[in-house]
Design a protein. Structure first.
Length: 262
């Protein structure tokens, strides 16, 4: 799922329902076309994350709420203590079901699993409920196995983790976001705070939400024991969340946008 679709799903989770035109009015301000937004809503509906109670009106489904919870729970892993057990997901899906197999693999990677061997994925964190939901959604029962345990041979060292999860690429992404934060976002936020413009503050809030969603998908949020020294993830995520909070708190309580940011 694209970052913009995640923020749209997040907005829907805050209200009972929203109209397509409301989405268009908001996201056109961010440079998206009406066609793009309506197509994004159609994709979310097709995937079962949202429903349409009436024509051109949408509400989030239980599946959509579960997706948001799963993705947003990943950063909290940085605060958890690891018990040194692993979740192992093994799959054998025939070529005739390649589309389902690819969708399932993408879901595993976005949850934070890493590819250990061909069709064998591992995670230091417990995402079994989320994986089970994807198995049911994609009708892959009997083609996926989930194990939990510890390595007796071939333990995952920090060096090995760096290769499995491409941590050098993720670290470079964090450094890039840090530069963007200081050179682009902070000046824009300062200007919007000075002007006291609710719409501009809300658009910055959405922009930060999209940037964070991208990081949530890319970063597996590994335990400290598996991360390189001086890993920048925690620090940069905290800074981004703080600036997002500042934008949200500056929006007046009686603003149309307030329900989406509280």
């Amino acid at each position: 799922m694209l970052s913009v679709e995640k923020t749209m799903l997040f907005l829907l989770s805050k209200v009972e329902q929203m109209g397509a035109q409301q989405f268009v009015e908001i996201y056109e301000q961010r440079g998206y076309t009406s066609t793009y937004i309506r197509n994004a809503l159609s994709r979310l509906k097709k995937e079962g994350y949202i429903a349409s109670p009436s024509r051109s009106w949408y509400s989030v489904t239980a599946e959509g709420l579960a997706y948001i919870k799963a993705i947003n729970s990943k950063p909290a892993r940085y605060q958890e203590k690891w018990d040194h057990t692993w979740d192992v997901v093994m799959l054998e899906v025939p070529e005739s079901e390649r589309k389902k197999r690819d969708q399932f693999r993408t879901a595993l990677l976005q949850l934070g699993y890493g590819l250990l061997y061909n069709s064998v994925y591992i995670s230091p964190w417990n995402y079994r409920d989320e994986v089970a939901a994807y198995i049911q959604k994609l009708e892959l029962e009997g083609k996926v196995s989930i194990l939990q345990g510890q390595f007796q041979e071939g333990s995952i060292t920090p060096h090995k983790a760096q290769a499995i999860w491409h941590l050098d690429e993720i670290e470079a992404l964090y450094q890039k976001k840090s530069v963007w934060l200081q050179e682009e976002f902070v000046p824009s936020l300062h200007e919007a705070l000075q002007a006291g413009q609710p719409l501009q503050l809300f658009l910055l809030y959405l922009q930060m939400g999209e940037e964070l969603s991208g990081l949530f998908m890319a970063d597996p949020y590994l335990p400290d024991e598996l991360l390189p020294d001086h890993w920048p993830g925690k620090r940069i995520i905290a800074a981004m969340n703080e600036h997002m909070r500042r934008a949200a708190q500056a929006i007046p309580a009686d603003s149309f946008y307030t329900p989406f940011v509280r």
